[in-house]
Design a protein around this ligand. Structure first.
Ligand code: CMP
Length: 143
């Protein structure tokens, strides 16, 4: 069983897509174990995007992700990291397949609505950056 960090970015919040995105994850059969609606700090943003530090889009990325509230979530399930990435779609809207969240709703790489962890290591780091262990729940999922 894996956990992954998923975040509706400020553009997704402003476009009213939180419900649509949560619904897609629920309908897939994944289990929500944590959620919060927050305005993230610059320090949190820098930790979250540390792998992009120094890239030409880094400063804009940090400015954007701190520009408004985000909806941060932790989802659990077998292979949830890869499944989530599949549902989210590729980074560039030109590459994101129809049927994926970005393929259906995003038109620009800088405003691609949603983030999902790309590996178990990233997931652990990103979850810890946003959630205390006491903010994540454990419960049985019947199906
Ligand atoms: P995400 O993969 O969630 O995290 C890094 C973000 O940087 C990415 O989404 C894009 O929104 C943004 N970004 C902007 N330019 C680029 C680029 N050239 N390559 C990758 N990501 C980019």
């Amino acid at each position: 069983m894996e956990r992954t960090f998923v975040m509706v970015k400020p553009d997704g919040v402003q476009r009213g897509l939180i419900g649509e995105i949560v619904q897609r994850f629920e309908r897939k059969g994944l289990q929500l174990v944590g959620a919060k609606f927050v305005q993230i700090t610059k320090q949190q943003a820098e930790t979250h995007y540390q792998e992009h530090h120094g890239k030409d889009f880094y400063e804009k990325l940090v400015a954007f992700i701190t520009s408004g509230p985000v909806f941060a979530m932790v989802w659990q399930g077998d292979d949830v990291i890869a499944l989530s990435r599949q549902m989210i779609g590729r980074t560039s809207p030109l590459d994101a397949a129809p049927g994926t969240i970005r393929g259906d709703y995003a038109a620009h790489t800088n405003f691609n609505l949603i983030h999902g962890s790309d590996s178990p290591e990233s997931a652990s780091r990103e979850i810890a950056n946003f959630f205390g262990t006491d903010e994540l729940v454990t419960y049985n999922k019947a199906i």
